[in-house]
Write a protein that binds this ligand. Structure first.
Ligand code: AP5
Ligand code: ZN
Length: 217
């Protein structure tokens, strides 16, 4: 399956993507994780992205679209993928459509995670991620690691993301409403959107998502 995951910052996209990708045997491709990996490796791309991310703004399309399509070219994404955090504006959505049309393939679904803003703020405030791999995500009270401050998956140190400060989160939410939400209508016109509530436990949301994708357990 070829799936795009959308939802506000802190909706649980990365958390759900891990389980959905595993259940559907497709790679989880997160542009946020790709940027963070570039930042921790000190690459030129990471240096370009960092100032935008810390300000809660979108990294320019010229950088983002190239990085995302390079990743989509990898052999593991040939049979399907779960995109998390891309596309994030209309320009990116159009670029993805063009890329897929060139390959003669189409998206199967756009899974839209709905969460009230007060819940998103609580989820982000308690989020801790791993220094070794930003896809290892915990929450201090909702999904705590076994040992405080230590990643269950690899033993890495857990920390709070630089862009999870109150001011930056407010900016990210604003950018979500103005730039990312319009892609939902763009995909509604293609009859691809399935909207689910992302409230409840992680397991409940995964179950709901699998059902919405037509793959109930
Ligand atoms: P990105 O990393 O994509 O961040 P985001 O979209 O803001 O989303 P988050 O990672 O904040 O949240 P999430 O929905 O994945 O939630 P999570 O699963 O962690 O992007 C960061 C930045 O990179 C952007 O601001 C931009 O600058 C740049 N960027 C990235 N892609 C770009 C693009 N395409 N174009 C331009 N710029 C781009 O969950 C949140 C917390 O809640 C966790 O602690 C988790 O444990 C907890 N939780 C999850 N599910 C539940 C549940 N059901 N119940 C209780 N707690 C839960
Ligand atoms: Zn880890």
């Amino acid at each position: 399956m070829r799936i795009v995951l959308v939802g506000p910052p802190g909706a649980g996209k990365g958390t759900q993507a891990q389980y959905l990708a595993k259940n559907l045997s497709i790679p989880h491709i997160s542009t946020g994780d790709l940027f963070r990996a570039n930042i921790s490796q000190g690459t030129a791309l990471g240096k370009q992205a960092q100032e935008y991310m810390n300000a809660g703004q979108l990294v320019p399309d010229a950088v983002t679209i190239g990085m995302a399509t390079d990743r989509l070219q990898q052999p593991d994404a040939e049979g399907g993928f779960l995109l998390d955090g891309f596309p994030r504006n209309l320009g990116q959505a159009e670029a993805l459509d063009g890329y897929l049309a060139d390959k003669g393939v189409k998206l199967d679904a756009v899974l839209d995670l709905e969460v009230p803003e007060d819940e998103v703020v609580k989820r982000i405030a308690g989020r801790r991620i791993c220094r070794n791999d930003s896809s290892h995500v915990f929450h201090v009270s909702y999904t705590p690691p076994k040992a405080a401050g230590v990643c269950d998956k690899c033993g890495g140190e857990l920390y709070q993301r630089d862009d999870d400060s109150e001011d930056t989160v407010r900016k990210r939410l604003e950018v979500y409403h103005s730039e990312t939400e319009p892609i939902i209508d763009f995909y509604k016109a293609q009859e691809l959107v399935v909207t689910i509530s992302a409230l409840g436990t992680v397991e409940e949301v995964t179950r709901r998502a699998m059902e919405a994708l037509g793959r109930p357990a």
